[in-house]
Design a protein around this ligand. Structure first.
Ligand SMILES: [Fe+2]
Length: 484
């Protein structure tokens, strides 16, 4: 009798979508992300999930016509947003990639590699259901140049057994007086639907791991809220897309094990080329920023930072969405992408720096060239004033290079008879590449490849330090190199 009751109960649970697995969680299906590392601190992020993995075997979303999306984006009819994209009679929780969050507690343990006895163990902390069941730790007082091992544990309630755990690591930058070779990788523009390894995620992740970079920078457009299956016109759908992407094995493994800097761009927030006032469906522009900045990625009070990686390298991480005004404004001294505080900070910190090589990393191009119909970045005619201001400053610097994402083609631009160089890393998969014609090679192009991949930057220390910019295809093969 008892057994029958149990079978009936199990049947009921699975019909309602509450499989018995939910009783044994919570799990850590979205892994760990870190951010904002400097010599002595880093921010760690994790999320509790109901299941061990996302529902990758779930039902496909319906792709609605672009015009219908635009109409829903303008007049967000919640029922229609869901009904048009989810097949009739089905629920969001049955759809491909569903990865629901779970209540519970997390604990962090970490130590310098090889120093297990000096492990630091955090208190158990509740994840925040208001922030999609995530939790963040800001670690301070760390030791520059060291590699740290970490482990995160999950449990459903206070005093309960551990239900899941996950291991990771990160490397901190060496102090400014330490001469050391450094390598980092830069990626832009990818999403779940355009992954090139259907089972595991994006090929660039194992390709980058094989190069053993010290750190990694994503320049933004990590996921596309305004691309179909589904168009993420509500906060719930935005989270659905974040959770689905971060459950992919390649992404998870790479983010668990590499020091990272996550920048953002328009598609992470909502509409293409978005700016204040350009809300996406039921998600105000500012809310899109907030979900990225405060919830789905490691947080930092300002979204820009400069980090010295040893004697020879200093990088500047630039924020390109939070401080801009509207793209349609007339060009002039008040029209900005960077905002005046960030610009002044950039001028001041570059002027103070004695690093051999300086790399400015920006979500979108400064030099370009870009298509003439665009009006969203500093290389576009409608931002000539601010572009001129920033380039006038860069022209006076020694060994300062621009690295950027956003454009879906790989390129190297050099303006003849100047010190201006820009390296566009290109899109994260071949299927994502486009937007420029391979035969449209302009005089400023030193290299052009309309394919996916990533950029690596290596600083080699020696009698005379060198910096090398290498474009790679998605498999990791070098396709172009420039050395200074
Ligand atoms: Fe993009």
């Amino acid at each position: 009798m008892m057994r029958n009751l149990f079978a009936i109960l199990l049947g009921f649970l699975s019909l309602s979508g509450l499989t018995p697995e939910t009783e044994t969680g919570p799990f850590l299906a979205n892994g760990i992300k870190n951010g904002w590392a400097d010599q002595n601190s880093i921010v760690l992020w994790t999320r509790l999930t109901q299941n061990q993995s996302a529902l990758f075997e779930g039902q496909p979303f319906i792709e609605i016509p672009l015009e219908q999306m635009k109409s829903l984006a303008k007049n967000p009819d919640l029922e229609a947003i869901y009904n048009t994209q989810i097949p009739e009679g089905m629920l969001l929780k049955e759809m491909e990639g569903y990865c629901p969050g779970a209540q519970g507690q997390v604990q962090l343990q970490y130590n310098i590699e090889g120093h297990e006895t000096e492990k630091i163990v955090s208190d158990w902390a509740d994840v925040d259901p208001q922030k999609d069941f995530t939790h963040q730790w800001k670690l301070e007082g760390l030791k520059a140049g060291e590699k740290y091992r970490l482990k995160i544990y999950a449990r459903p309630t206070q005093g309960a057994q551990v239900s899941d755990s996950i291991s990771g690591q990160f490397l901190l930058p060496a102090p400014k007086n330490v001469s050391k070779s450094v390598k980092f990788c830069v990626v832009s523009c990818h999403d779940y639907n355009r992954r090139d390894d259907m089972e595991n995620g994006h090929k660039i992740y194992p390709s980058m791991s094989a190069l053993h970079p010290d750190f990694y920078v994503h320049t933004g457009d990590v996921e596309y809220m305004d691309k179909p299956t589904p168009y993420a016109l509500t906060e719930e759908l935005m989270r659905f897309k974040w959770n689905r992407l971060f459950a992919l094995p390649n992404q998870r493994y790479f983010f668990n094990t590499h020091t990272s800097y996550f920048m953002k761009d328009d598609h992470d927030v909502g509409f293409d080329d978005s700016y204040p006032g350009k809300d996406y469906g039921a998600v105000p522009f500012e809310r899109g920023l907030e979900i990225f900045d405060q919830e789905q990625f490691p947080s930092h009070p300002k979204r820009y930072k400069t980090v010295r990686w040893g004697k020879d390298l200093q990088v500047w991480i630039i924020e390109g969405r939070n401080y801009r005004n509207q793209n349609y404004l007339a060009d002039g001294p008040d029209k900005t992408i960077w905002g005046s505080a960030q610009k002044q900070w950039f001028y001041d910190t570059v002027s103070e720096s004695d690093a051999t090589f300086k790399v400015l990393i920006t979500s979108s191009p400064i030099l370009g060239p870009d298509r003439s119909n665009k009006n969203d970045n500093l290389s576009n005619a409608t931002y000539s004033y601010e572009q001129g201001e920033i380039l006038d400053f860069i022209k006076k610097q020694k060994n300062l290079f621009i690295v950027n994402g956003d454009r879906h083609w790989q390129y190297v631009t050099h303006i003849k008879n100047t010190n201006l160089w820009e390296f566009g890393c290109g899109a994260g998969a071949d299927v994502h590449a486009g937007g420029w014609k391979q035969e449209d090679l302009r005089p400023e192009h030193q290299f052009l490849r309309v394919k996916g991949g990533f950029l690596s930057v290596s600083v080699t220390q020696g009698e005379k330090s060198k910096i090398q910019f290498t474009h790679h295809d998605v498999e990791g093969k070098a396709v172009h190199e420039v050395v200074f």
